[in-house]
Design a protein around this ligand. Structure first.
Ligand code: MG
Length: 390
């Protein structure tokens, strides 16, 4: 993005009000999972995480409030109810931005989940010399009339495939939408802008932006996402002392034992090790940086909140927790009887299926501090995927 563009206020509207029936599966397609994350969330995250975009409005269908809240949990967006058509949903989003009147607005379809930042930058830069801009790709295939049999080829020179997001000067596109008088529904916002006499130009689009329309498009998008995802691994290690007159919190469970772990918080070494593993995977420091032992508010604190905080940080980066492997090292208590409950509790805090959480235990053959029963140690490895910056 150019220097001049960096001083502009930019908002984005995501249109997600459709019923998406062509993709099958019952659920509107924007709420369906694409490689473990709702399609809508993936589309919204790309806009929220772009440093030039200040606010994001999501226009949803009436009655989709609960679905949207679940899909977008934790993201800083405002949600408005869209209209009966795509155009009316865009208008609802534009009206919702009236209070802040941004300089520019990007209007994007929820069904295009892989949005490279480079496309956003090209669009914003193009508005230096135009009222509207859209990403386009050339038509590579031969186009022909098609009925009962194949007819004449149609010249493809001068034709373009038009994608979203489409970018506009906010005041101009708001006026254009308000002035739309035709009974016909426009297929996109560039046509609304052109009908109002606005000058619109194209920038280079990206094949990654292709729209998800049919069932088979989900599989292709998942393949593309795989190529746009990096795998990160983090490890965590923790030890706490065993002491009389303490409760034993381990793996998020209160376990009956004659001693408990001592520490500033509830001293749950297992959750502390997993927390550090997640923080390590996103290179976000360690548990002591986020919850300093010197801070009295964490005295006796339950460690599930430390882990939940790390989970939020991973999600905030658009990350997905793929797997956690925990090893608890002690002579006593026996961990075996608690393994299943521990896996379920940890999976619950992480918000992932229990088969992606492993809990193992070992002793140190009575050697060292764990062998003498002076303390319990835990180590954990977390594997996450993060979207690559495009
Ligand atoms: Mg600790």
């Amino acid at each position: 993005m150019s220097k001049a563009a960096q001083s502009l206020s930019i908002a984005a509207i995501i249109v997600a009000a459709g019923k998406g029936e062509r993709a099958g599966g019952g659920l509107p397609k924007q709420y369906r999972s694409l490689a473990g994350t709702p399609l809508l969330r993936r589309s919204v995250e790309r806009l929220v995480r772009h440093s030039g975009i200040g606010s994001v409005v999501v226009a949803i269908g009436e009655g989709q409030e609960a679905l949207a809240a679940e899909a977008l949990g934790g993201l800083d967006v405002s949600i408005v109810t869209g209209g009966a058509t795509r155009r009316l949903s865009v208008l609802a989003g534009l009206e919702a931005l009236m209070a802040q009147t941004p300089d520019l607005v990007l209007i994007h379809d929820a069904a295009r989940p892989i949005l490279p930042a480079s496309v956003i930058n090209r669009l914003v830069d193009a508005l230096g010399k135009a009222d509207g801009a859209c990403p386009t790709l050339p038509v590579a295939d031969t186009l022909a009339e098609n009925g009962a049999e194949i007819g004449d080829a149609v010249p493809r020179e001068g034709l373009a495939r038009i994608q979203t997001p489409q970018a506009f000067r906010y005041a101009a596109i708001l006026a254009a939408h308000r002035a739309w008088a035709s009974d016909d529904e426009p297929t996109d916002d560039i046509q609304v802008a052109r009908a109002a006499g606005l000058r619109c130009v194209s920038v280079a689009g990206d094949a990654l932006l292709d729209k998800i329309t049919h069932e088979e498009d989900f599989a292709l998008a998942a393949l593309r996402l795989g190529a746009c995802t990096s795998v990160r691994t983090g490890m965590g290690f923790d030890v706490h002392r065993l002491a009389e007159a303490e409760e034993l919190w381990l793996g998020g469970l209160l376990i009956p034992h004659d001693k408990g772990l001592a520490g500033h918080s509830d001293a749950d070494v297992a959750l502390h090790a997993i927390t550090d593993a997640l923080l390590g995977a996103i290179a976000a420091g360690d548990i002591g940086d986020h919850f300093p032992p010197s801070d009295p508010q964490w005295r006796g604190a339950r460690s599930d909140q430390f882990l939940a905080h790390a989970v939020r940080l991973v999600r905030g980066r658009g990350g997905v927790i793929e797997h956690v492997d925990l090893t608890i090292i002690c002579e006593a208590p026996k961990i075996g009887p608690h393994k299943i409950a521990m896996r379920e509790r940890i999976a619950d805090i992480l918000g992932i299926p229990v088969d992606q959480v492993s809990v193992k235990a070992t002793t140190t053959e009575r050697l060292g501090y764990t062998g003498r029963g002076e303390g319990i140690a835990a180590q954990a490895v977390a594997t996450i995927t993060l979207p690559k910056e495009l």
